[in-house]
Design a protein around this ligand. Structure first.
Ligand SMILES: NC(=O)c1ccc[n+]([C@@H]2O[C@H](COP(=O)([O-])OP(=O)(O)OC[C@H]3O[C@@H](n4cnc5c(N)ncnc54)[C@H](OP(=O)(O)O)[C@@H]3O)[C@@H](O)[C@H]2O)c1
Length: 273
């Protein structure tokens, strides 16, 4: 499995996203993914499925040290006491002693960023998490976290796929060795019907999902966490690691880069693109 290394930790470049996976389906999919060899699982307090993710991991028998597990603090839990309490609750639900990565799910201008990051650092010092990260942070907020607060940020998790440019965020992260974790790497399904993506897929005897993922995973410092609900899609996505796009394919996909966002809630920050 391809990995990205930052701050001494290897993160598998392909992970499983679990948004909108619930109950026994979630447990079945996470278990299936682990059986297939996925070793990077992405969940969040807001997904309401940490207990199912934790149960599937426990039942899989996978060595905890071999797994990269991420969860996210919801926006109403960014004050110090809420960070400390809710992270403990996540650990209990996930049945683990530590998180590999704890993210701020969305920025919340009502809570000072330094307060949240300092509380997360306390958890890291106590061994409850290995790394602190952010999600949905445009460059101005990344600068605030890294340069003003001085936090050691592992990565930024943002929406990224062939239809959405993340050029400014990548330009900030890359020189610092910080990975960009691409969420909604299939644009929540939207890239799958794009004629150019389909043309490149048929040229390689691959699927459109594999083309989108191979385009992401072939980029320096980019990981991707597609969500899937069954074994067929889980296998398909894993096999994207073996798809080599040629420079002409990459150039054609680069040209699609635009402003198509599939996740645009009212509380989103001012994006760079
Ligand atoms: N930090 C954030 O704010 C944030 C926001 C959004 C998402 N995320 C994370 O990113 C993960 C992925 O994003 P997402 O769930 O929005 O969307 P996505 O991964 O871009 O797309 C998921 C959709 O693609 C389908 N799919 C998956 N593999 C496929 C394949 N090989 N062929 C055809 N269709 C395929 C899935 O269908 P089936 O379900 O039927 O397999 C589902 O409908 C989330 O689960 C979550 O962990 C984070």
């Amino acid at each position: 499995m391809k990995t990205l290394t930052h701050l001494g930790t290897r993160m598998p470049a392909l992970g499983l996203g679990t948004w909108q996976l619930a109950g026994s389906t979630c447990a079945r999919v996470v278990r299936g993914a682990l059986d297939l060899g996925y070793r990077h699982i992405d969940t969040a307090q807001a997904y309401g499925n940490e207990a199912e993710v934790g149960a599937a991991i426990a039942e899989s028998g996978v060595d905890r040290e071999q797994l990269f597990l991420t969860t996210k603090l919801w926006m109403d839990r960014l004050a110090r006491a809420d960070v400390l309490r809710s992270a403990e609750e996540s650990l209990r639900r996930l049945r683990t002693d530590w998180l590999d990565l704890l993210l701020i799910h969305w920025p919340n201008p009502r809570v000072p960023l330094a307060e949240t990051l300092e509380a997360m650092a306390e958890l890291r010092e106590a061994g409850k998490l290995r790394h602190i990260g952010v999600s949905n942070f445009p460059v101005a907020l990344l600068q605030q976290a890294v340069e003003e607060v001085g936090a050691e940020i592992f990565c930024d998790q943002v929406e990224y796929h062939p239809l959405l440019s993340q050029r400014p965020v990548l330009d900030y992260l890359r020189p610092r060795g910080m990975p960009l974790v691409a969420y909604s790497p299939l644009a929540h399904g939207k890239v799958l019907t794009h004629p150019e993506v389909r043309r490149i897929a048929s040229k390689h005897g691959a699927t459109p999902a594999q083309v989108s993922l191979a385009w992401l995973l072939g980029q320096d410092g980019v990981a991707a966490i597609p969500k899937a609900s069954g074994m067929e899609h889980l296998r398909d996505n894993l096999a994207a690691l073996d798809l080599d796009l040629d420079p002409a394919d990459r150039a054609a996909l680069d040209k699609l880069q635009g402003h198509t966002r599939t996740v645009a809630p009212s509380w989103a920050p001012n994006w760079d693109t």
